[in-house]
Ligand binder design. Sequence first.
Ligand code: M6R
Length: 602
Amino acid sequence: MCGIAGFVGAGDSLRQAVASLKRLEYRGYDSAGVAYSTGDELRIARCPGKVADLEALIAALPAASGPAIAHTRWATHGRPSEANAHPHGDCTGQLAVVHNGIIENHQAIRQTLLSAGHRIQSETDTEVISHLIEDELVGRRGASGLVEAVRAATQRLHGSFAVAVLWSGAPDVIVAARRDSPLIVGLGDAGAFVASDVPALVGWADRLSALQDGDVALVRGRSVTIWDADGKEREASMMPLTMSREAAEKQGFAHFMLKEIHEQPRAVKETCRGRIGSDGEVALEGLGDAVLELLRSGNVHFVACGTAYHAALIGKRLWDQALRRHADCTVSSEFRYDRPLIDDRTLVVLVSQSGETADTVAAARYARQLGARTLAVVNCMGTSLERETDAALITRAGPEIGVASTKAYSAQVAAMGLLAGQAGWADAGQALSALPDAIEKVLDNEAAIKAIASDLATSNCFFFLGRGHDAAVAAEAALKLKEISYIHAEAYPAGEMKHGPLALVEPGVAVVGLCTRPSTHDKIASNLMEVRARDGRVVTVVSDGLPIPEAATDVIVVPSVSEYMSPIVTMVAMQLLAYYVALARGCSIDQPRNLAKSVTVE
Ligand code: M6R
């Protein structure tokens, strides 16, 4: 989604803001822009396209000593164009606003503003914010006047926003505000930063603070002042910035996705560190008695989106199959608009890498309204999801920059194993401890997987088939391929093919059979023969020790581990397959078209 990066301090703030913005490219966007103060006046440069296009646009401009705010826009209201790119100004040309989120009542505000004589130049929902602030600034002066105007204007907005504002009437400050969209402020030797995500600060700031809903922040070169939703000044409570520069950079890998695939042994090891005793018993700290009690004997309902949902499906399977207790699993966007069977004996487990996915955060609120206890399984710390839930289990995958989730998935599935272990799954410790070595073995097979991927890259239709837990893995494998290679890919429980999808199988169709489950191995082997008989190309992923299905034209052997944790091992192979197919097709792997890393709108 959109990205915000602002800087005020020593040096060329124009280029600093754009350099910070470049770190947010992974979030997905289609235009970029920056507003900066020369000391005398406010200027805006913006364009459709990439941050590199913006860099070219500002290349010949002199350094800017005043503050700057930069933005990458992921189009929602109005197509990607120069006019719709942020920052947006007001009628006076003295104000500039960047915004993440969606203003739900923008049409009504737009009508009011137009009737009052405002000239609105873009199709965006954002531009109404600049004109509202313009009105609120009448009669106000200086930095405190801007703070008051931003507060008053944002109070009229429905929906979600993170905004950063420049005004020539307060030429040495940035004012920022948020509701339901993440925004952080940071401080470093050279000055102060505003950003929608931490990578924008790495290497330049050494401490940061996450704004909370309703906060308005005044950011100066050396200080940050924050007022809460009631207008009371509150302490900025700065935390050390711990993300390393290596984490924010590719370190020799061609893409962040490939780097993150290779980081999975560590992601799983870190997620389990200190949570499994020498006796193999899982002991999770900090969840609180009520959550622990519900894990042991309450109802459990998993809720998540995308890859996190696929990890949650493994959680449900652990409950159903390993613990022999019923559990539900629902995508967040369905959960919050349905009437789930939930009460005070229910633990709703919300799984999210970013902790900022709008549907998942809203689902957490809804679950609480229904009387449930809530537990976040989240990778980023200090997020909205953590604040909206009763307890959090932090996965420790480290920062995930590639839009396609890889190491976060492995850490989430490991977390599912930890939760099941805490709930009584006796094999959890042993199953989890075997994973880092098993993942390494899959990574050792990278060249062979790459060769298979290069052969498959011309196929325009993929099926991923599995049974039992492999059916859940098939869904994640299909998602991974489609999001980065743009190939149509579907996942099916293998036995379902003959009930319809088999009609699509013809030469050129690739079918990947996931065969890691001993109890149904013969069954899936037969299902794959049915595909082969229709001239489909069959790639199999087989657990070491199981027979190679007769239908296989290509085979990827993966280490045999506990069937409940094998989704991690299988998915590492499937991530590599998707990566190398996308590479062979020349796709934009870290920033796939139309997608964003953190989906902060509904
Ligand atoms: O940050 P979250 O885990 O809540 O994100 C959920 C999905 O948006 C995310 O997993 C998405 O499906 C990924 N692009 C998949 O690779």
